[in-house]
Design a protein around this ligand. Structure first.
Ligand SMILES: C[S@@+](CC[C@H](N)C(=O)[O-])C[C@H]1O[C@@H](n2cnc3c(N)ncnc32)[C@H](O)[C@@H]1O
Length: 783
């Protein structure tokens, strides 16, 4: 090139340099793994490497035995005490401590086939996790990240390190991005889910963060430290590309999940219904200060987390980060609806990873508040006791604590365990939020819709609005409205369902303007929020309509109808065995002080019938009054030629009704018999012999006339005639508290329905040997 210009020569030199560089990189550098793939025998491989190196070639990533001095001395990697939390992530996919009672279904399951494939591709073997490097990482995860069981994560990294260098766990891998890529490509090629591959990547990134920030590497090996940082940044790019592939898979999965679960809000709440019985039993135990076993304690913990995510639609981050101080500072809010006051408790969670700057607010009703209280005072303290904690331990202020005494790690997994335990298809918090967001809000006013939207969105504006409880009512109203949504189509009906079983209501329910929110659902919710009570008042229109919406009229009528029925039953219960007169009913209703919605006398009279249960009768005031006063109505004494006087009815009596009593004085049966002996044939005997519950023979005699207590009247019982065949009365012996003294009372009840002008007839028991009836000596008596 003598005649060439300087520029031409320089061009040629550049070309040669590029060619040599290319040769150096591509022609003279060999990867150890590639050579090993061709030559399997160690000795031959070693000879070849020796030859290549002697000719100026390079062999990359040889096992460390052949690279002595290049690995980082492990003693240089010392765990730093101060942790760097600058970019702590939400690690929702890491496996958590396993509980024998609630076995989780998380992480990679080393099913036989997968394990085999991984083994075949050299991806399964791992380094001993007790090595300095890995045990340091383990400690870092446990102490700095509060992950007590990080086995899976450490195992993943141990597997990766083994793949990169089977000899020993080292850091040289940061200088081999290509092999790193090959590890991840292989993982996905053998059929691991993209999400699992992404987990490996995430674990590796966290391992690097540990190395970079939590070890002494920065000072002991600056270059390697620099390479670790560069490698971690490259991993970020790699993660993005995997992320793209994964997002397709995950979006697809989520879409299917959403589509699958775009059922109804109450489907999302199914687990809360299914587990509720057991949960309430556990709560009841807690309320009674009885000791709860671990299974019950966990049930309470998982149920409450699920309640927050599925019913109150809080994100997992909110549940995880809710603080004790926030629980303690909960704000009471009373929604007054008509005569009823509903208490709510608003809680604001300020720090939650899902949305910094925002305050998540939710409100618990009184019952829920009690549940949380039981958890807080009994379960949480017990869990905390299982670990000796430092004063400044983060668990001290986290509201939800796991059995190990550490803050809960992943509420979503806890919720999944609860679903699994009760064999209910899992619903995630995200799906629940989506379902409630998209549920048709038929019958809601625009204002109500916006309250719900605000509540669900937690926009900054909303949080500002709600911050410091500016508008706690709205939060409570949102909770109420969400309950309303949740009850659409709910099949677990109670009072409301029976109340709505009339044909009229059914036709309204089906022809209503809002098929999504039927009248039945609305009524159910309304009754749940404003239970029908004997004394309560139905809420005033404005407050009522928050729930009743377009079904206000029907709900109003039904509520009142239910209350009226309750009041009728109440009045009827006061007259269990003796039909009350109109006057008695009016007086009794007046005594209750009901201002409106009073039941009518006619209805009560029409509905009255004697109750079968005899228990209530001995304490029944109405009967007691009649026994004391002897002013039994509906009876008349007439004269009968043959039998003397007789008692007849002046009104109808129903079978089972108390007609009158046998009023007299109690003596022993022996005394009664003695008294009978003294009677002449002409004298009439008024004796009623009976046995008390202890079998003692007694006698009620009505020989003294008029009696001292009722000198103005002859009582009906003693004028009742005998008939065995046509008897229509049945005697019942009771012991009643009459003015502070327990006394025997013999009530005559109707054996059958009695018409007007029916003679009262009792079987005196004549002829029965065991019965010392007063008429046993009578002759010529009808059968
Ligand atoms: C407890 S008193 C019944 C009221 C009675 N008839 C009166 O005038 O006072 C019982 C007496 O009534 C009469 N008596 C009751 N049942 C009768 C009957 N089936 N046939 C005839 N006399 C009867 C008998 O004289 C009997 O001693």
């Amino acid at each position: 090139m003598k005649r060439c210009t300087k520029e031409q020569i320089e061009n040629e030199v550049d070309k040669a340099r590029a060619s040599i560089t290319k040769h150096l990189w591509e022609g003279r550098v060999y990867k150890f793994s590639e050579l090993r793939d061709i030559i399997t025998k160690d000795e031959e491989l070693a000879n070849l490497i020796q030859l290549l190196e002697s000719r100026g070639c390079f062999v990359r990533n040889k096992p460390s035995a052949t690279m002595a001095g290049q690995t980082v001395p492990q003693q240089a990697v010392v765990l730093l005490t101060a942790s760097t939390q600058e970019d702590m992530e939400e690690d929702m996919d890491t496996v958590e401590p396993q509980d024998p009672l609630f076995s989780p279904e998380t992480g990679v399951r080393w099913e036989g086939k997968l394990r085999k494939t991984m083994k075949e591709h050299g991806l399964y073997e791992k380094h001993n996790t007790d090595s300095d490097l890995l045990s340091g990482f383990k400690k870092y995860l446990r102490d700095d990240h509060g992950i007590p069981n990080c086995k899976q994560e450490v195992d993943n990294v141990a597997r990766f390190l083994y793949f990169m260098d089977p000899q020993e766990p080292g850091l040289q891998f940061v200088r081999d991005m290509e092999k790193t890529r090959s590890f991840f490509t292989k993982l996905s090629h053998i059929g691991l889910k993209k999400q699992t591959v992404a987990n490996y990547l995430k674990n590796l990134k966290r391992f690097l963060r540990y190395i970079i920030y939590n070890t002494t590497l920065r000072s002991t090996d600056t270059l390697l430290h620099r390479d670790c940082r560069a490698y971690r940044s490259d991993l970020g790019d790699f993660q993005k590309s995997i992320g793209k592939q994964m997002s397709k898979e995950i979006t697809g999965k989520r879409y299917t999940q959403m589509a699958k679960s775009s059922q109804t809000p109450q489907d999302c709440l199914r687990i809360l219904h299914v587990a509720k019985k057991d949960f309430l039993e556990a709560i009841a135990k807690g309320t009674l200060n009885e000791e709860l076993d671990t299974s019950q304690s966990l049930l309470i913990l998982y149920y409450l987390q699920s309640l927050l995510m599925l019913k109150h639609l809080q994100r997992a981050g909110v549940v995880k980060n809710m603080k004790v101080s926030e629980w303690v500072k909960r704000e009471e809010c009373v929604l007054t609806t008509g005569g009823d006051r509903s208490r709510f408790f608003v809680i604001a969670v300020k720090v939650h990873k899902t949305a910094t700057q925002q305050v998540a607010t939710f409100s618990l009703n009184e019952e829920e508040q009690h549940w949380f209280h039981i958890y807080f005072t009994q379960i949480r303290t017990r869990f905390l006791n299982s670990l000796l904690m430092a004063e400044d331990d983060p668990a001290n202020d986290k509201f939800f604590i796991s059995t190990s005494g550490n803050p809960i790690y992943n509420p979503s997994n806890d919720m999944m365990r609860l679903h699994k335990k009760y064999n209910v298809p899992n619903v995630t918090g995200q799906v629940a939020r989506h379902t409630f967001e998209t549920a048709p809000k038929c019958g809601f006013t625009n204002e109500e819709k916006s309250i719900i939207a605000d509540y669900l969105a937690h926009t900054t504006a909303t949080s500002e609005k709600h911050n410091r409880f500016g508008q706690p009512e709205n939060i409570c109203r949102a909770a109420t409205l969400l309950s309303k949504l949740a009850r659409v189509g709910d099949s677990s009906r109670s009072d409301a369902e029976s109340a709505l079983s009339s044909t009229h209501t059914r036709s309204v329910a089906t022809s209503g303007t809002c098929p999504e929110m039927s009248e039945l659902d609305t009524l159910n919710l309304f009754i749940q929020q404003h239970p029908v009570s004997l004394e309560g008042e139905i809420p005033k229109g404005k407050i009522r309509k928050v729930i009743t919406g377009v079904h206000d009229r029907q709900c109003y009528d039904k509520w009142r109808e239910m209350q009226e029925k309750m009041r009728i039953d109440y009045v009827l219960a006061y007259f269990p065995r003796r039909q009350p007169s109109s006057h008695q009913i009016v007086k009794y209703i007046e005594k209750q002080g009901w201002q409106n919605n009073k039941p009518s006398v006619e209805k009560i009279t029409e509905l009255w019938q004697p109750q079968e249960a005899q228990e209530s009768i001995k304490d029944n005031k109405h009967i007691k009054k009649l026994v004391k006063s002897q002013k039994w109505k509906g009876l008349l004494v007439t004269d009968d030629g043959d039998k003397g006087r007789r008692v007849v009815t002046t009104r109808k009596f129903q079978k089972g009704e108390v007609v009158c009593d046998y009023h007299g004085t109690i003596v022993t049966a022996a005394e009664g018999k003695e008294m009978m002996k003294t009677l002449s044939k002409e004298e009439m005997g008024c004796f009623f012999f009976f046995k008390n519950s202890q079998g003692k023979k007694l006698c009620m005699h009505a020989q003294t006339f008029p009696c001292h207590c009722h000198p103005d009247r002859d009582t009906f019982g003693r004028q009742t005639n005998h008939s065995r065949k046509r008897k229509n009365l049945h005697p019942e012996v009771h012991k009643m508290d009459l003015g502070g003294k327990k006394e025997y009372v013999i009530l005559f009840t109707a054996l059958k329905d009695l018409d007007v002008n029916a003679e009262l007839l009792l079987d005196y028991g004549i002829g029965r040997k065991s019965f010392l009836g007063e008429g046993r000596d009578l002759v010529g008596l009808e059968g």
